[in-house]
Write a protein that binds this ligand. Sequence first.
Ligand code: ADP
Ligand code: MG
Length: 481
Amino acid sequence: MSNNNTYELVVGLEVHAQLMTKTKLFCSDSASFGGMPNTQVSPISLAHPGTLPKLNEKAIELAVKLGLAMNCDIENKNYFARKNYFYPDLPKGYQISQHSAPICKNGFLSISSAQGKKNIILNRIHIEEDAGKSVHDIDEKYTCIDLNRAGVPLLEIVTEPVIHSAEDAFTFLTELRKLVRWLDVCDGNMEEGSMRCDANISVRPMGSTTLGKRVEVKNLNSIRNVKKAIEIEFERLVSLTENGQDIIQETRSYDADKNITFSLRSKEDAEDYRYFPEPDLPPFIVTENYINHIKSTLTKLPEQIKADFMSLYQLSDYDAQSICSEKEDIEYFESIIKHTQHYKAVANWMIGPLKHFCKEHNLSLHQFPLSVEKIADLISFVESGKINFNNASGRIMNAMIENKALSAFEVATELNLIQEKDENAIEIWVEETLTSMPEKVKEYKSGKKGLIGLFSGDVKKRSKGKADMQLVQRLLEEKLN
Ligand code: ADP
Ligand code: MG
C-alpha cells in the first residue's frame, strides 16, 4: 500500500450484540436462535393492535454489566424511543430503541496494537429490539419473513471514529467478543448473526483533524471480513481521492467471495426516523444501588487475571495472554498448578503439547484425557531433569494416555527413557561421536562453531535420547576446546 503515509484511515464501528436472555425484550416469547420460522411469535411480536410491551429486566442487567466492564458511565434516568421506518420485517412499523439518552456512555476498551496499548473510546451502548429476518434465498419468487427474531434484545455498541487500521478493528472486535462471552452477555457468534458489525470508514490527509466523508459497510459476518472490507475500502477511498473524484456518503455491502464492496443505497440525506419517546413504556430508573449490586457480582476480567498471572507466576505476556483468553483455560491452568509449582512449564505444556493433542482429537483443553495430577507429575518429572521434554510430550505422554494405570515414572522406566546422568556413560558416547567425524572436528577447531549442534545431535542418537543434554554440551566443549 503506497498510500499509507499520505492518507489516514478513520474507522468507527457499530456492533449489535444479541443479549443472552431467555425471552424477548418486551414479551415472553423465546429469544433462542434456530427455531422453526415464525414459532416464537406471540401477538406482541406480531404487533397486533392493542398489544403492549413490558420490559425484560434481565436485558437491563446485562447492559449495565457490559457497560461497567467497558468503563462506561451508567445513565440513571432512561427511557425508550420509537424509531420509525417501514420495512417488511418490522411489524410495528417502528423499532423500540434508545435515542438521546443511551444507558451507557463514555467508556472504552483497551487493546494491544502494533503501537502498544490503545484505548478505543466508545460513543455509547444502548438497548434496542431486533427486527425480524427477511430470507431472500429459499423461494424463487418471494422474500420470506421469519419473525422469531423480532423483538429479541440487542445492545448496540458504538465506537468513536478513533480506529486507524484494519488490524486494530480486528483486535477490537476480537477483544469485544471475548468480553461479551466472558460476561455471558452475548454468545458472540457472528455466523449465526448474534454479533453483527457495521464499519464506518473514511480517509483524510495524514495530519488532518477533520473527518472525511464516510461510507458504511454492512453484512460483515466475521471479524476477518471486517478487516478485509476495511482494507479494500481504504484502497478504494484513497484512489477516488487521488483521482479527484467525489466520495459519496453511502451504505455499501461486502461480498466475501469476490472480496469487493458494492453500493446498496446513498445516505447523502440522513433518514428521518421521527424519533419520539415510547408512550407505552414508562421511563426506567437505574439506581446507584442497583449499579453497585451489579458491580459486586462482576467477576474479574480477563485483563486483570492476565496481569495477576504475570506477577504471581512470572509468566510472559504471550503465555499469560494465551492462557487467559478462555475461562476454561484459566480454570485448567489453576487446577494443574495445584499439583506443581513449575508455572512457566505448565503454561508451555498447555500452549504446546496439550493444545496440539486436543486440536488433533477435537477436544477442548479441559477434556484432555489425563488427570491434572498426572499432567503435573509428568511436568515435574521433566523439570527435575530425569526425562527430556521431547520424550515426555511424545512417547511418554501417549503411553500414559493409552494405559491410564501407569505413572510417568513407570512409563519412562519401561520405555527406558530415564535420562542418563552418569558422566562416564555419556563420555563414552561423546568419544564415539568425535572419533566418527574427524573431518568435522577439524572444521570445528578451525572456527565452524556451529557444528556443535551436529555433534550433540549424534550423541543424542547414540544414547537413544537418554543422555542429559546439558551434560553432553559441557563434555563436548571440554573435549573440543
Ligand atoms: P449513524 O447512526 O447514522 O450510523 P453515527 O453518527 O451514530 O451515525 O455514527 C455511527 C458510527 O460512524 C460511529 O461509530 C462513528 O464513530 C462513525 N463515524 C462517524 N463519522 C465518521 C467518519 N467520518 N469516518 C469514520 N467513521 C465515522
Ligand atoms: Mg450507522
